[in-house]
Design a protein around this ligand. Structure first.
Ligand code: HEC
Length: 183
């Protein structure tokens, strides 16, 4: 009897859950007047702000301005780098070389897209990290050299933190990501 009950509950849950997920796909909005946030310096526009936030701008130039605001600066790529750094650590521990290679390539890509947006950071990023240390780890991964990867992880860790010091954000280093992830 209990088995039947459990089966019925699972059957109902699987039938109902996708429906409810669908219902919330578009979050409901209360019927307040739409207005631009005061926290952003958005270009002035004739149309009142709407969900078509790019289309309701006056010109393509203003659309590009909105995109630049939306795509942020160096913080968002760094958030991704932090995440991928952790995934790299896990991949090395798991001896999953393909995943380590993937994470390390994407780390470089994320930093470079950040540099496209914040070119004053290029000199330190390339000098401290991309030109030498990124490549050393890449070679260790390509060689599937576990011992060397563990060594390079600690070298890369130092370089991450050195760039934070060089870019005047040393406070970024006092966090579990750098404190706890060690070989
Ligand atoms: C250009 C040198 C540079 C290098 C190399 C660098 N960072 Fe950063 N990182 C920064 C700067 C600058 C910030 C602050 C972002 C901002 O002010 O927009 C930052 C911020 C961060 C943050 C905080 C992001 C947030 O918004 O919470 C993390 C996490 C981070 N870095 C991790 C790393 C890791 C891990 C590495 C090495 C794999 C690394 N960084 C390499 C310059 C660098």
């Amino acid at each position: 009897m209990n088995k039947v009950l459990a089966f019925t509950v699972i059957a109902i849950a699987t039938a109902v859950l996708p429906l409810s997920a669908l219902a919330y796909e578009k979050a409901p909005t209360v019927d307040n007047p739409a207005r631009a946030p005061m926290g952003l310096k958005l270009p002035a526009q004739k149309a009142s702000p709407s969900n078509n936030w790019l289309q309701d701008a006056d010109s393509d130039a203003d659309r590009f301005k909105k995109l630049e605001i939306y795509l942020r600066g160096f913080d968002q790529p760094m958030l991704e780098v932090g995440e991928r750094y952790q995934r790299l650590y896990d991949a090395i521990k798991d001896k999953n070389w393909e995943l380590a290679d993937y994470q390390w390539d994407k780390t470089k890509w994320a930093i470079n897209t950040g540099l496209m947006k914040r070119p004053k950071r290029t000199q330190n990023a390339e000098g401290i990290f991309l030109d030498g240390i990124w490549k050393q780890m890449d070679q260790a991964i390509k060689a599937k050299d576990y011992k060397q990867m563990k060594k390079e992880f600690m070298v890369a860790r130092e370089a991450c933190m050195a760039c934070h010091v060089a870019e005047n954000v040393a406070f970024m280093n006092n966090r579990p990501l750098f404190r706890d992830l060690r070989f």
